[in-house]
Design a protein. Structure first.
Length: 203
C-alpha cells in the first residue's frame, strides 16, 4: 500500500531495493541477480532511475535562473580586453557601447542599439539609489552628450571599456571623475520584464 502512494520513480526504486535486500529463501525473484539476461535489463534500469532521482534532487537545489547573474558573470569574464574605438568583439577589442552590446547579445540574446547615446534612449529610467546588477550607467565625458556607458555590478561599482590605451575594468561611481560625469541609469527591457512590481517611468 505504501508503494502505491509514492511517485512512480520512488515506488520502483523501493521495489528494486526490496528485491536486492530480501533473504534468498523468502524471495525467489532474487534469482534475477544471477541471471545474466535479467540483470542486463534490470540493472541499467535501476541505475537510470537512481540517476534521474539524483538529477531531480539537484535541480531542486539550483538557484533560480537570473538574467542579471548571467550578464555580470559574462561581463567579468571579459575583463582586461583592450579598448578599441568601434570595437565589437573580444578578438579586436571593445569600445564602451560595443562591450555592453556584446554582453547582452551573447548573454541573453538581446540586441541593444550600437551607440551609448542610443542605448540611453531605451529601457526604463532608474534612480541611482535603485540600481541593480545588470542595469546600465551612463556618463557625459565629452560635453553635454551621452558618450559613455557601463554595466552596474552592485555595491557602487560598474564594469566598462574606459578609453584608448586602457582595458575592460571595474570602476566606482563614487570616483571623482565618474561622479562628476554621471548622467543617469537605465534598465533594459529584458531586465525590467523580469522584475515584479517595477514602477519606474519610461523616458
Amino acid at each position: 500500500m505504501l508503494i502505491r502512494r509514492l511517485p512512480p520513480i520512488a515506488a520502483l526504486l523501493c521495489m528494486l531495493a526490496g528485491i536486492a535486500s530480501a533473504p534468498a529463501a523468502a524471495d525467489p525473484l532474487r534469482d534475477w541477480q544471477r541471471d545474466p539476461e535479467l540483470a542486463g535489463v534490470l540493472m541499467p534500469t535501476a541505475a537510470s532511475l537512481i540517476d534521474q532521482a539524483q538529477q531531480i534532487t539537484e535541480a531542486a537545489t539550483l538557484p533560480e535562473f537570473s538574467p542579471r547573474a548571467i550578464l555580470t558573470s559574462m561581463a567579468n569574464r571579459l575583463r582586461d580586453i583592450r579598448y578599441r574605438r568601434g570595437g565589437r568583439e573580444p578578438s579586436t577589442g571593445f569600445d564602451c557601447s560595443g562591450f555592453v552590446r556584446y554582453v547582452f547579445q551573447h548573454g541573453l540574446n538581446v540586441e541593444l542599439p550600437a551607440s551609448s547615446a542610443a542605448q540611453f534612449l531605451t529601457g526604463l529610467k532608474v534612480d541611482r539609489k535603485e540600481l541593480r546588477e545588470g542595469d546600465l550607467v551612463f556618463f557625459r565625458t565629452e560635453g553635454k552628450r551621452i558618450s559613455h556607458v557601463g554595466i552596474y555590478l552592485g555595491d557602487g561599482s560598474f564594469i566598462h571599456a574606459p578609453s584608448s590605451g586602457k582595458r575592460v575594468s571595474v570602476s566606482q561611481l563614487s570616483e571623482k571623475y565618474w561622479a562628476a560625469r554621471f548622467a543617469g541609469a537605465k534598465r533594459p527591457d529584458v531586465l525590467a520584464k523580469t522584475d515584479d512590481g517595477d514602477s519606474d517611468d519610461r523616458s
